[in-house]
Ligand binder design. Structure first.
Ligand SMILES: *[C@@H]1O[C@H](CO)[C@@H](O)[C@H](O)[C@H]1NC(C)=O
Ligand SMILES: *[C@@H]1O[C@H](CO)[C@@H](O)[C@H](O)[C@H]1NC(C)=O
Length: 263
């Protein structure tokens, strides 16, 4: 619970404050789920290299997983998982996976850049989590169209979920979200459970709306070819959940009415 409150607070404070993007050719942001073989990278919402071993462990656990082992990280690396940021692994090891050698990252080497088992668990790094069952809840989507739904839909969703979906379609296309069903715990400012939509490749910039309740939101069309959806539920009260469809549309396509645009 403590972690969730922390995540919350930082989410609010820092949403606007930081610029994220590509560093050394690798995408960095607070909660980009680089899912590969169940392994993904996380950094604190305070930014890079802010997690002690204990915090890193709690963060993975909060999302239903645990810290990845060296072997799991290597398995993910084998299928192309490449992140230029050192993170905690199982048992207090620290390292990061490099697929392509580069001058700015990994000392020109390929493989797991291994900082070994840290004696000082108060050091601050990022985190590598392992959660092979998280696929339904979030992920990177590149299909032309797909249905996205809350975990367990059409059953009620569970407490304490955080799901992040990153949608990428072809360059030059836009993404249209059409809400099919929507029922998320209602509360005046949508502070308890909510679905957030970002007109951007992360959950930091391009905030486009936060939704809760059972009013079916209007269609949303992205500005560019990427979009991020984040679903969060707190520790109590759940509801029916949601189902929405995204589809790639050509930028020239005439939009339907009642469609919100962001610029
Ligand atoms: C452990 O690491 C923390 C954070 O880098 C540092 O402040 C602390 O002095 C270190 N402790 C020891 C015993 O080196
Ligand atoms: C869309 O809305 C505009 C005015 O806002 C209206 O003139 C037009 O007829 C509408 N188109 C459709 C297909 O309903």
């Amino acid at each position: 619970m403590r972690v969730s409150i922390l995540l919350w607070t930082f989410g609010f404070l820092l949403k606007e404050a930081q610029a994220w993007g590509f560093k050394n050719g690798i995408f960095h942001n607070s909660i980009w789920l680089e899912q590969a073989a169940g392994v993904y990278h996380r950094e604190s919402r305070k930014g890079r290299y802010q997690l002690t071993y204990k915090e890193a462990k709690e963060l993975c656990k909060f999302e239903g997983g645990k810290l990845a082992s060296y072997k799991q990280l290597e398995a993910a690396r084998q299928i192309g998982f490449h992140v230029c940021a050192a993170g905690w692994l199982f048992n207090g090891r620290v390292g990061y996976p490099i697929v392509k050698a580069g001058v700015h990252c990994g000392f020109g080497k390929v493989g797991i850049i291994d900082y070994g088992y840290r004696l000082n668990k108060s050091e601050r790094w990022d985190s590598y989590c392992y959660n092979p069952n998280s696929k339904e809840c979030g992920g990177v989507l590149t299909d032309k169209e797909k249905i996205i739904q809350s975990p367990g839909f059409p059953e009620e969703y569970q407490d304490e979920q955080i799901c992040t979906w990153h949608i990428r379609v072809r360059l030059g296309q836009k993404i249209r979200l059409q809400f099919l069903e929507f029922d998320v715990e209602d509360d005046t400012s949508c502070l308890a459970d909510y679905l957030e939509v970002y007109d951007s490749y992360d959950d930091v910039s391009g905030f486009a709306g936060r939704y809760c309740g059972d009013y079916l939101p209007d269609d949303i069309v992205s500005t560019g070819n990427v979009m991020t959806l984040k679903f969060l539920s707190d520790a109590s009260v759940t509801a029916g959940g949601f189902q929405l469809k995204y589809s790639a549309i050509d930028a020239s396509e005439v939009p339907q009415n009642h469609t919100r645009y962001f610029n």
